[in-house]
Ligand binder design. Structure first.
Ligand code: GLY
Length: 349
């Protein structure tokens, strides 16, 4: 897979100009969704490096992460005269960077693309690491390919207009990165005022957080081994997210934060994660993310959802757990009783 450059930008015009010049291209296209068209395109459209670029817009939110949207992007590229040497610039949250990355990776067997993530979640997770795709037949990211963007440009000025829920959603992935990285990063995250964030400090934390992900995906781009570390909190998290979809949909990061509660509990009982650090992290999550209302009647559904997670092999639920902060244990499993106990802890802990 091609190498991916992650650039922390303070001067978007200059950084993007350099990234575009580094890709030999004939035509330039920008992909946005209806939200980033309104909120972010005005910031970039006037940049000299985007002069003459054609804009493609798709519907916003995960409900538009569909084959129909991919087809729309392919059609607009075709109508606009895109060739094998065209460059696509995806500007938006994870939906846009995932879907745009897929459309670029498959159009004429693959054209280059650059990601400009505009949400905290996509800055620290989705836009980095080459996972592209879309939802299919009700399954999230069911169709996709691994293919890196040429560059990912992180400009935290976009965070100025992000609401608190979306900051918290991205922050859950940063918490995950802190837990799999080291105590210092975890402690910084625990002590940061995430509800009234100092954006300058947050910008530095974003850079450190992305570096954790980048180190891991460089070592294991296609998730054969250590990349599974990034699934911490996600086996239970995806189950919460899918259950919420049937009731009251929640932002991805909230479900991950709740998943971290259950999976840190499993880490404490199975792989020796220190109880004091588990309780401290759980308190932080409860304080900022609240709780999804579940009862023990939901346990079989949640277990069923975990059993169908696409990370599993032969139907055995695959967890990433921790022996301590930074002590990653991939390919762990748990019994039904242990999982139910973790859900009890989630409800009562
Ligand atoms: N979001 C986890 C990964 O990129 O592997």
């Amino acid at each position: 897979m091609n190498q991916q450059k992650v650039i922390i930008s303070e001067q978007l015009g200059q950084t993007l100009g350099e990234a575009i010049s580094a890709c030999n291209h004939d035509r330039l296209f920008i992909l946005a969704d209806e939200t980033t068209e309104r909120c972010c395109l005005p910031v970039v459209e006037e940049l000299p490096c985007l002069k003459g670029a054609q804009t493609i817009v798709i519907g916003a939110t995960d409900t538009h992460k569909t084959l129909e949207s991919v087809v729309h992007v392919w059609e607009e590229l075709g109508k606009g005269g895109a060739t094998r040497h065209t460059l696509l610039i995806n500007i938006g949250g994870g939906m846009v960077t995932d879907l745009g990355g897929f459309a670029a990776s498959t159009f004429k067997r693959g054209i280059s693309y650059i990601n400009i993530p505009t949400t905290l979640l996509s800055m620290v997770d989705a836009s980095v690491g080459g996972k592209t795709g879309f939802n299919f037949r009700g399954l999230k990211n069911e169709i996709g390919v691994f293919n890196n963007a040429n560059s990912v440009i992180l400009d935290t000025t976009f965070l100025k207009t992000l609401d608190e829920e979306n900051i918290l959603s991205g922050y859950a992935e940063m918490l995950k990165h802190g837990l799999i990285a080291n105590e210092q990063m975890w402690a910084t995250l625990m002590n940061f005022d995430v509800e009234q964030p100092d954006l300058k400090v947050l910008g530095k934390m974003v850079a450190e957080s992305v570096a954790v992900k980048q180190r891991i995906v460089t070592e294991d781009p296609t998730e054969k081994g250590i990349r599974k570390a990034l699934n911490l909190g996600h086996t239970m998290g995806h189950a919460f997210e899918s259950l919420a979809l049937q009731r009251n949909p929640v932002l991805h990061g909230y479900a991950v934060a709740w998943g971290l509660i259950g999976e840190l509990y499993l880490s404490a009982i199975k792989t020796g994660f220190p109880s004091d650090k588990m309780h401290q992290t759980v308190r932080f999550i409860q304080e900022h993310y609240g709780k999804m209302d579940i009862t023990c009647d939901d346990y079989p559904t949640l277990l069923e959802l975990m059993t169908h997670d696409k990370k599993n092999v032969a139907g055995v639920i695959n967890f990433t757990l921790l022996g301590g902060i930074g002590d990653i244990r991939i390919n762990q499993t748990a019994t039904k009783d242990e999982i139910y106990e973790a859900l009890d802890f989630y409800r009562e802990g």
